[in-house]
Design a protein around this ligand. Structure first.
Ligand SMILES: [Mn+2]
Length: 309
C-alpha cells in the first residue's frame, strides 16, 4: 500500500494531522517533515502541524511547534525518520488514535497502526518515491525539503544504500526547478566556531590498541564552541576513510549521558549499538551510555567485531 493512500484517508478522519521527527533532528528528519507538510497541503488543502525540537540551521524551511505543546487525542500522527517510539521528538504522540510510521532504519519497533518501513538511503527517498508513484503534485518547495534530506543522509549520494532508484527520485525532484546550488550552500555553511571545533577534534583523535579511531567530545568542549548535537556529529568526518581503520566511534556528553555514534566502512556494527541499547543502520548507528566509564567497553566490542571481520 502506498503511504499516501493511508494519508489521504486519515487526514480527513481526524481533527488534525501532526508530523513528528526524531530527537536531535538532522537533515533527513527535517526534510521529511517539511516535504510531507507541503505535499499534504498542496494536494489536499489541509495544513498539518509539524512538531520537532528547535534547530536553527533549518529555520529556512518554515516554522514548527516545539515538543510538549500538542494534544494528540484526536490527531492523525505521521512519525518520520524515527525507528523507535522513545526516540520521537514528542513521545506522547503514542496517545494518538491513528499513527503512521514512515522510516528507513533497521526495524525494531513497529509502533504505528501502519508502518511503511523500507531500507532505502533516506526517509526522504521513501516519501518522494511514494509521492511520485501516486502521481501527486510535488511543488518546488516540497522537492527542496526532500532533496535536502536525501543529500544529507547519503553524504551527497556516496554512502552505502544509494542505488539507481535513489538517483531516479533525486532526478524527479530536481525537475521541479528549485534552486539546488543555494540549498547546498545553505546546508553546508559552517561557523568559524565549528571550524575551530574540528581543529580540536583532529588533536583529540585517538586510535585504540585494537585499531579503532575514537574521539570523546566532553561537555566543556560543547560549551566552549556552543555546539548543538548535530554539530558535534561533524567530528565523525575527522575519522572517515582513514586507511586501515574502517570502524570508528564518536562519544559525546549529552544530557548527563554519553552519546555513542558508530560508523563503519563495510563491516556491520549495528550489533554493537544494540548491545548497548541502541540501533540504527548496519554501518551507521548509535546508542547512549550511562557514563564515560563505559567507553572502553564499547571500544572493546568494536575491536572484536573488527578482529572477526
Ligand atoms: Mn534518516
Amino acid at each position: 500500500m502506498n503511504a499516501f493512500d493511508i494519508i489521504e484517508r486519515e487526514i480527513k478522519k481526524h481533527a488534525k494531522t501532526v508530523i513528528i521527527g526524531h530527537i536531535q533532528p538532522d537533515g533527513d528528519c527535517m526534510g521529511s517533515s517539511f516535504g510531507l507538510f507541503h505535499l499534504i497541503k498542496d494536494n489536499w488543502g489541509i495544513t498539518p502541524v509539524v512538531v520537532n525540537q528547535d534547530i536553527r540551521r533549518f529555520h529556512f524551511l518554515g516554522s514548527w511547534t516545539l515538543p510538549g505543546n500538542t494534544d494528540y487525542s484526536d490527531a492523525f500522527v505521521i512519525q518520520v525518520d524515527n525507528s523507535t517510539r522513545e526516540r520521537s521528538a514528542d513521545p506522547s504522540f503514542m496517545n494518538a488514535p491513528s499513527i503512521l510510521k514512515i522510516d528507513h532504519h533497521i526495524v525494531t519497533d513497529s509502533y504505528g497502526n501502519w508502518n511503511i518501513e523500507k531500507q532505502l538511503s533516506s526517509c526522504c527517498q521513501i516519501i518522494a518515491g511514494e509521492a511520485f508513484s501516486k502521481g501527486l503534485k510535488v511543488s518546488a518547495e516540497a522537492a527542496q525539503a526532500l532533496y535536502m534530506g536525501m543529500v544529507t543522509d547519503t553524504g551527497r549520494f556516496a554512502y552505502d544504500g544509494v542505488d539507481a532508484s535513489t538517483l531516479e527520485v533525486a532526478s524527479l525532484l530536481l525537475k521541479t526547478g528549485f534552486d539546488m546550488p543555494s540549498l547546498i550552500e545553505r546546508i553546508e555553511v559552517r561557523s568559524m566556531e565549528s571550524v575551530r571545533f574540528m581543529a580540536q577534534c583532529y588533536n583529540d583523535l585517538r586510535i585504540s590498541e585494537g585499531g579503532v579511531p575514537w574521539i570523546y567530545v566532553k561537555q566543556e568542549t560543547i560549551d566552549r564552541y556552543h555546539l548543538s548535537p548535530d554539530m558535534v556529529s561533524q567530528a565523525l568526518s575527522v575519522m572517515r576513510n582513514i586507511e586501515g581503520h574502517p570502524v570508528y566511534v564518536l562519544f559525546a556528553d549529552l544530557d548527563g549521558k554519553v552519546r555513542v555514534e558508530l560508523r563503519s566502512e563495510r563491516i556491520p556494527v549495528v550489533s554493537v549499538a544494540m548491545k548497548f541499547g541502541g540501533g540504527g543502520h548496519k554501518y551507521a548507528c548509535g546508542a547512549r551510555l550511562a557514563g564515560a566509564h563505559m567507553i572502553p567497553d564499547v571500544i572493546r566490542e568494536l575491536e572484536s567485531v573488527l578482529k572477526e571481520a
